[in-house]
Design a protein. Structure first.
Length: 448
């Protein structure tokens, strides 16, 4: 249903998740870890840090372990996407409208996805190329000019230029030796393999997120569009208070969990850029930047609290100075599509469910009035119970509170990937909002 138009990608995303994890992890070990060790790029000690591939954890740990795990999770969620549709049709939550002569919803969904399959691959590929070029253009310039531009931070990918790093990156017990040209070619070969591997992982992630987005958009369009051929029938007496959409709620949780990890990786990448861009540990960044907010410099002429406020907006606090600009652009491209794709279709589903709930409440209200008129008190009690269940029902299939927590974390991590202080601002705002609602609830309960 989901991957019928993708011959190669379909094989990957319909394989057993454990096989996908093992194969992806093995590929990372064979194509990244082993060549790094053979080409002596695994350890590059300097006076401040080790810049070798094995010590660059967002490569040496993420690609052999985290990325295969995410890929396996995506495959498992793909299976649930199919079973979710089957379950909703079986339970009668999704049916064809009485006045329409249409194929089954599963077939209509499959056609919708097939019609957009080619465009999805092209868009994912183009974005991947743009991100990769933004991340590496100055790296290839360095190999051609035999000198890496200052916009590129020292690391294993520019090890051939290690003797020119200087400053805090003075290398120790590491040198290309007398075979500089051979070492440079080996470094170039490994960089090509590594960034092709990174691009492939990014493409697969973007492709899958796009596929899930189309899946949700199809649900909203086929059921809630202006000329919809199918309808969503809420379960009014659902004890789980999700109107019969529990299978989709589980799917939402799975997808949002993966999105949290993806935006979390983008945030960690941002922290690494601060670390490598300044040549100092991240802990030192926290100490020197955030401590200045608490204890502003005596040279700041502004009175309290404006002196604290201005310190917050200095570039040192935001980690802008010394950053690898190309890699920062790549982080932006990693974060924006995921957040936009995540929020828009989910909000469409929420709007659709809220609309159907309102319609069902209106119908039950009319039934309640009619039952009272006929003095059918058994029916009155039943309709009253259904109304109470529907009024308590969550608009989000996975629960309103849980959905809000997920979306807050995703938005906070995405904001932090742009500038780390934004993470604290978003979380503080969410906490304050929750605190205000809590005290309002206590106040209303005491005055009731």
């Amino acid at each position: 249903m989901l991957y019928s138009s993708h011959s190669v990608l379909g094989v990957l995303f319909t394989s057993p998740p454990w096989k996908v994890f093992l194969y992806a992890s093995a590929a990372a070990c064979l194509l990244l870890l082993l060549p790094a060790w053979l080409l002596h790029l695994h350890s590059i000690p300097t006076t401040s840090d080790n810049l070798g591939f094995f010590y660059t954890y967002h490569w040496s740990v993420v690609y052999p372990i985290i990325i295969p795990l995410l890929l396996a999770m995506a495959v498992a969620v793909s299976e649930r996407m199919n079973s979710c549709v089957v379950q909703l049709i079986k339970d009668g939550r999704i049916t064809t409208r009485p006045d329409r002569n249409e194929p089954s919803y599963a077939e209509a969904l499959s056609r919708y996805l097939q019609a957009r399959a080619k465009k999805l691959v092209i868009i994912a590929f183009v974005i991947t190329v743009i991100v990769t070029l933004a991340d590496t253009y100055d790296l290839w310039i360095g190999f051609i000019a035999d000198h890496v531009p200052s916009s590129r931070n020292p690391g294993w990918d520019t090890a051939f230029n290690a003797q020119n790093w200087g400053g805090a990156y003075q290398v120790q017990n590491f040198s290309p030796g007398d075979h500089y040209l051979r070492f440079k070619l080996g470094n170039l070969f490994f960089d090509v393999i590594a960034y092709l591997f990174q691009g492939t992982a990014f493409f697969l992630g973007l492709f899958w997120v796009g596929k899930f987005t189309l899946y949700l958009m199809a649900f909203a369009r086929l059921i809630g569009g202006e000329d919809a051929s199918y309808q969503f029938n809420p379960l009014t007496s659902d004890l789980d208070f999700c109107m019969g959409l529990k299978p989709m709620g589980v799917l939402f949780n799975n997808f949002l969990s993966i999105t949290v990890v993806l935006t979390g990786l983008a945030f960690l990448k941002r922290l690494y850029l601060i670390d490598s861009g300044r040549g100092q540990p991240f802990g030192m960044y926290l100490q020197t930047s955030f401590w200045n907010i608490i204890q502003p410099s005596k040279d700041n002429p502004l009175p309290f609290p404006f002196n604290h406020f201005t310190e917050f907006f200095r570039s040192g606090c935001w980690g802008i100075d010394g950053l690898d600009v190309s890699a920062l652009i790549a982080v932006v491209f990693m974060t924006v599509p995921i957040v936009v794709i995540c929020f828009l279709p989910l909000w469409q589903i929420r709007t659709l469910v809220d609309k159907r709930r309102s319609e069902e409440l209106d119908r039950l209200q009319a039934e309640h009035a009619e039952a009272l008129r006929l003095r059918n008190y058994d029916r009155v009690q039943l309709v009253q119970y259904e109304k109470q269940c529907l009024e308590k029902a969550n608009i989000w299939p996975n629960g309103n509170a849980r959905a809000k927590r997920y979306l807050t974390i995703i938005f906070a991590l995405a904001a932090g990937a742009f500038a780390p202080p934004l993470l604290a601002i978003v979380l503080a705002g969410s906490f304050s909002d929750g605190l205000v609602k809590y005290f309002k609830l206590i106040f209303h309960s005491r005055t009731a």
